[in-house]
Design a protein around this ligand. Structure first.
Ligand code: NAD
Length: 298
């Protein structure tokens, strides 16, 4: 297929790489001037605008940070919508608002094109290993058309529902569990450190029991190493929990743990740590407890 890829950041670059390795022709654009050299060396075409991407590709994938970025990439000046022709497929794999997604999809459908929201979970490791979990909302025929592409990037792909926005709702649910679990791991390691128990041994022991999780393993390790290179930036976690709480407000749903986690990520961002990995939330708790989880400091 001729595949357009808009947003070649931490996640987009390795995802696009898998599509290229799978034999698809790539048409790329990013606001950042330097596109990944490996993709260009592999024959990907650098396009001057998102419109040019949509003119040349049959399927246009977006992997940009937030709701306003998807809106700008699709509908801004020289946006993809200006280059679309009837029959093309737009797939937004960014994590954004479900409500805005329904609106974007309706505007793309009005051009005679199909739309899928297909946010992912699994982080950079999942993007690099092509093992992402892909949560999809949109028509079955669009899902069927996109499936060969999803299979190159992910390990699990689920059509959550045929309404656009259903995939983003699933991603919001994912972020409740991720955001709260990162906080729980941080709390456990801070308690261990303050009590004088070795946080590394505590994590190691817990990995064999009921508290074991991918987050205890990966993010717990980051906290112990004091390694907060992203990964998943704290500002993106804050954005995702804002999506969660805004949906909760609209629907009248009580989400006390998500609300507490959001406050902690707000504090992290207010401390100037918005570009660090979200596991740096442990530093907020360390400072409140006057202790340190990482033997190396930070
Ligand atoms: P990133 O900031 O590394 O990459 C986003 C890219 O989009 C940047 O290169 C930016 O220049 C580009 N961009 C922004 N607006 C654009 C526009 N209008 N036109 C063209 N390019 C534009 O972010 P990321 O970590 O790759 O995350 C992308 C999305 O994936 C986010 O929604 C994030 O929440 C989600 N996500 C990230 C992770 C992770 O671990 N990093 C995991 C799961 C989901």
């Amino acid at each position: 297929m001729k595949v357009g890829f808009i947003g070649l950041g931490i996640m987009g670059a390795p995802m696009a790489g898998h599509l290229q390795a799978g034999g698809h022709a790539l048409f790329l654009h990013d606001l950042a001037p330097d596109l990944p050299p490996a993709l260009l060396a592999g024959g990907a075409v650098a396009c001057a605008s998102n419109r040019a991407v949509a003119e040349q590709a049959d399927v246009v994938i977006l992997m940009v940070p937030d709701t306003p970025d998807t809106e700008a990439a699709l509908f801004g000046p020289d946006g993809a919508a200006e280059g679309l022709a009837a029959g093309k497929l737009v797939i937004d794999m960014s994590s954004i608002s479900p409500t805005a997604t329904a609106d974007f999809a309706a505007r793309i459908n009005a051009l005679g094109c199909l739309y899928l929201d297909a946010p992912v979970s699994g982080g950079v490791v999942g993007a690099e290993n092509a093992s992402l979990t892909i949560m999809v909302g949109g028509p079955q025929e669009a899902f069927d058309r996109a499936l060969p592409l999803f299979e190159l990037m992910g390990g699990t792909m689920t059509l959550i529902g045929t309404r656009n926005g259903d995939g983003q709702v699933c991603k919001a649910c994912n972020q409740i569990i991720v955001g709260v679990t990162v906080q729980a791991v941080a709390e456990a390691l801070v308690l261990a450190a303050k009590a004088g128990a070795d946080p590394a041994k505590v994590r190691q022991a817990l990995m064999g029991g009921a508290a074991s999780s991918m987050i205890l393993e990966n993010h717990g390790a980051r906290m112990l190493e004091g390694n907060f290179e992203p990964g998943f930036r704290a500002e993106l976690q804050q954005k995702d929990l804002n999506v969660v709480l805004s949906a909760a407000r609209d629907l009248g749903v009580v989400l006390p743990l998500a609300a507490t986690a959001e406050s902690l990520y707000n504090a992290l961002n207010a401390r100037g740590q918005s570009k660090t990995d979200h596991s740096a939330v442990v530093t907020v708790l360390e400072d409140l407890a006057s202790c340190q989880v990482s033997p190396k400091g930070r």
